[in-house]
Write a protein that binds this ligand. Sequence first.
Ligand code: NDP
Length: 277
Amino acid sequence: MDGASAQRVDLADGRRIPSLGLGVFRLSPEATRASVDAALAAGYRHVDTASSYGNEADVGAALRASGVPREDVWITTKLWNDDHGGDAPRRALEASLQRLGVDSVDLYLIHWPHPLRLETWATLERLHDEGLCSSIGVSNFLAPHLTELLARCAQPPVVDQIEMSPFLYRTRRDIVELCRSANVQVAAYSPLTKGARLQHPALVRISAETGRTPAQVLIRWALEHGFAVLPRSSDPERVRENARVFDFALSSEQVSALDDLDEGLVTGWDPATTLGA
Ligand code: NDP
């Protein structure tokens, strides 16, 4: 087994999540199937989808077609903003399971810190106890959201999936440190800055030093910080490239130089200004 499938990180609930996951944000049905297919063949054992991406059914179809046993693949999906409160989270998860064609997901996340997040979290705790999701967590929770949830929950979230790259690392230091101290695993989304900084001169320099591509350096940087990391590509060759990150390391100087690139770059919605901030 190669590194793409072998390396995992421990979660607070005793489960182990593969460090590298394939992101499928807004990929078309055809691109979703092709990238999941390429990823499973390349050794990925973790796919990150969401009800709002509209491609859970394609993720499930690609998984079944691959012949890789269901229990070998970590599937994360997420509860969208329309599905908070009352019994809506249960209906949303059941619909996701049906689209994916599975009995349970490995990780179910609240996608955004919606104003009804605490009520919804209590329902996720019940869904977890019933076995519909093996682990539960959150996404886009900044330090105030996570502090509030940790104070009020019965079961703490085991993952906070947030945007993370060198271009945002120091800006996000408070939530990273809170996650470390509370044993909440950070999963880094948009780790390639959606492509926006792949040509940054400092990144290109470290790419030349290591003989790796800028994308591989960014993924490796996330792994060096202990984050799970979720790169997306619609191109099967890039899917494979993004998995070749377990046979080299960055020096502490290279990690620090990348950390210094912080510019507060948020490439998607900013949870500081979106919804229940
Ligand atoms: P990424 O930072 O992963 O960047 C994807 C872009 O990088 C695409 O345009 C892709 O182009 C390009 N790319 C990928 N690999 C390479 C490579 N090796 N060389 C050059 N370019 C490359 O973007 P995402 O925003 O999609 O983030 C990744 C995942 O994180 C998502 O798919 C999703 O699963 C998750 N996410 C979660 C969010 C949340 O709110 N929880 C929000 C946003 C993302 P191409 O396809 O042409 O290769």
